[in-house]
Ligand binder design. Sequence first.
Ligand code: SF4
Length: 462
Amino acid sequence: MTGSRKLYVKSFGCQMNVYDSQRMADTLAPEGYVETGNAGDADLIILNTCHIREKAAEKVYSEIGRMRRLKEAAAAAGRNVRIAVAGCVAQAEGDEIIRRSPAVDLVVGSQNYHRLPDLLARVARDGKAVDTEFPVNDKFDRLAAPSPAATRARGVSAFVTVQEGCDKFCTFCVVPYTRGAEISRPVDKIVAELSRLADAGVREVTLIGQNVNAYHGVGTDGRTWSLAQLLERLARLSGIERLRYTTSHPRDMTDDLIAAHRDLPALMPQLHLPIQSGCDRILAAMNRRHTRADYLAVVARLRDARPDLALTSDFIVGFPGETEDDFAETLRLVDEVGFSGAFSFKYSPRPGTPGAEMDDQIDEAVKSDRLIRLQQAIDRSQANFNRKCVGRTISVLFERPGRHRGQIVGRSPYLQPVQVEAPASLVGQIAAVTITEVASNSLFGALAKALAREPAFAGTGA
Ligand code: SF4
């Protein structure tokens, strides 16, 4: 171990990138790197990029410009700062980043950040390093585990990547190109990671993957296990009281996974299940490989298994060729399903995807208008779902102090933030809360004496 150096990691994009950033910090900790929240103090700056949102690459180049100025100021003061670009934009752009931005020392793709110590050594020797290969099943085995103190500092809810990549090739999406084919971590590695988290005080774990319900890892018996089998095993770990998983594809909602929502009390009654459009013609153009009816059938079976299930989704408006009638079908679907929330975006072409080559691109003004109407429908649906919680007593996992003195904030089983006047000593614990009021995005409640029969299980599972 060398002397202490400061590491600043900036994450763009989804929860998977936040998890990756934490694991990069864990991997660099044995090299003497200590995390800082101030880029101006850092000896190593890592920009962990995401390619999903519009103009992702442009945003990364402008952030590199900002970091270059910090690097120049440090150099003038006699301090050597390295800049690394990681994640999906790094994967997609590779050498081009160093060509366009000479201030960048290192480019590392989303599958290779376990090699950061070696790559930094290569930078020290050769001046620059680029690594955007796709090694198979390599990264997770070689990543350093976080210390118990680092885990505790990250809170009582943790994210754990169990699956990466995607084989679906939706025509709007870059993930299959930037993250590669689906790979799943072996069950024993995931069990070991959750056990470590439980020992450090983590109570809730969200299993993450670009297509998490396509999970097919090697089980403890040497056979391939499904996500349902993995969840059943993890639900038996002592200390982990809540499990969730995201993000799922409707086609991979298998019978055993739907049954897990009935049978596993630790599996929270909340599911993020993207549909993207309510119109079959658009779903086909998106290569989603499911219809509106398929989606509604899955929802019906899930609600049969777990009647109080909170469903969220993703929508894209203005996909090439989308007519006003097609869009109206999306609005109808939102009303029909009754989502507890959803993310919605205007379609924007991603270079290299089939959608970007389609002729009938939609006018920006039309997309904006549809997005506003869709978000109004989603807001109505969310408010309706939240209103139904008033008067109920539900379990809340308290995560942190609130903004006001005497207030703490936690999450309901349905993932809503819940604010309660209660002692800070409850942070890290689960308590029963009676919901008294709702605002647009959060619930307010009071500690209850006991948890009423909150989990409305339809089945007879454990
Ligand atoms: S299933 Fe999800 S990650 Fe895979 S291509 Fe489609 S949108 Fe992208």
